[in-house]
Design a protein around this ligand. Structure first.
Ligand SMILES: [Zn+2]
Length: 164
């Protein structure tokens, strides 16, 4: 006799499962709480995966057929569903968008720190341009990248010049 296949999330709620959304920051979980979602610990901490108890950075919320909601990490969520099922592509799409957002936020923070770092430097106009351009200073070098390059490139340039 073939063993009956049970879904990995069966212990959390009975299937089939619906993708509810992502949980990530205090703000998100507070909003979810306001909408009457349960299964989120008080204080809105993203906490751990309900399935494997690992700490998670992106919480994927599902709802069982009984209406009970739970959150799991991205890895567990991806492993739990057959390739190609809609619930999987929905959550993947949301996770990718979230990851891109997190990256952008991180970059923005770093960019602002770079600007602060430059503002605190008073020697920029006295130092030579790193590429040796005649009559131009290190300050001009930074200014050019700030105006012409993307944030990632600008951060890279600042790092090259000693930003930590
Ligand atoms: Zn997990």
């Amino acid at each position: 006799m073939k063993p009956i296949m049970t879904h990995p999330f069966e212990h959390l709620a009975p299937g089939p499962y619906r993708f509810v959304g992502l949980l990530e920051s205090d703000e998100v979980s507070l909003a979810l709480n306001k909408n009457g979602l349960d299964g989120i610990e008080e204080g809105g901490c993203i906490g751990s995966c309900d399935h494997c108890y690992s700490a998670i950075t992106i919480g994927v919320m599902f709802k069982g057929s009984d209406g009970k909601k739970f959150k799991v990490g991205e890895t567990c969520a991806k492993k739990a569903f057959e390739p190609g099922v809609p619930v999987l592509s929905e959550m993947k799409k949301a996770c990718n968008a979230r990851r891109l957002n997190l990256k952008k936020e991180k970059e923005a923070t770093k960019f602002n720190a770079c600007i602060q770092w430059l503002n605190d430097r008073t020697d920029l106009n006295d130092l030579p341009h790193p590429k040796g351009f005649n009559g131009l200073s290190l300050g001009d070098y930074f200014q050019w990248y700030r105006e012409q390059a993307g944030r990632a490139k600008f951060i890279e340039i600042c790092k090259e010049q000693g930003f930590k």
